[in-house]
Design a protein around this ligand. Sequence first.
Ligand SMILES: *[C@@H]1O[C@H](CO)[C@@H](O)[C@H](O)[C@H]1NC(C)=O
Length: 322
Amino acid sequence: MKPSICSSIYLLFVLLPTVISHNYSDALKKSILFFEGQRSGYLPREQRMTWRRDSALNDGKNLNADLVGGYYDAGDNVKFHFPMAFSATMLAWSAVDFGSYMSPADLRENLVALRWGTDYLLKTVSQLRNRIFVHEELLWGAAWLRRATGKASYSKYLVDNRHSLGADFNYYEFGWDNKVGGVNVLVAKEAFEKNVPEIAPYRDTAEQMMCAYFPETAGPHMTYTPGGLLYKPGSNILQNTVALSFLLLTYAGYLSKSSQQLHCGSVKIHPESLRHLAKRQVTDYRVLEQSMFHVLDTRRIDGYRKHRRRRYEGDRRSLLRL
Ligand SMILES: *[C@@H]1O[C@H](CO)[C@@H](O)[C@H](O)[C@H]1NC(C)=O
């Protein structure tokens, strides 16, 4: 091979990651379409993923209940309600805060995907007893009901129970099993819009969370892999990355709309820096590539398998109990 070709191939590899342009519109379409692939129950005629068929049509029959529908969790055939409810919230929050950036067709599909989940959850909630909601889950519910209804009673609940239900405990976490980061950011939205002093502590905690993304600030920080990926050891790796990136983008929007910057002690951070960081997390292949080794290296595959099996058994048992 001639040196010039050799070096141009080398250059191609070096430059490739920076010149790839990402088709976000296509990524959005496919993310929403993914939900159709996970559908359980009777599929409608509009179903676009035509390789799927009706499935799990007897769910709940042994309990004399109708538990048909909803979404499968992942590659298995279990319908985990807790993560499913989280997916529904994320679809809803995306529509509320980012719907104006979606095409009318994408927004519609987003709402259809949301409806598929909520129809099922509402149906099962009326049939399953002994539900337990804990801690920040109650605040999460109250925060959404406050937004949906504007009722003062939900706002009062948020104020009265902020500390006892843990809104300031592990405030830098957000994912299907911990909503605390989301609660603070969601309530902060109202604090930005209306400057309500009683709920300002939520905004303060959200701000502390945002500061924790930036290593140049004082105080506790989020964990990153050496390659620069937001990373919470021991859990679904990219699930956390994207959920935390979502909060960055959302909070950046609230700051921009009120012409503000993030204040972290003496450090001021422009909303554009929040967006830049979020974008790097989900589109920078070098960050992903360099982090993969770290992630695979630190996770013990055996332990992970056991965890999956326990989770499945646990869920099956609790379903039977219900
Ligand atoms: C990006 O994706 C959308 C949706 O799939 C498609 O219509 C469009 O042509 C794509 N754009 C480019 C530049 O490939």
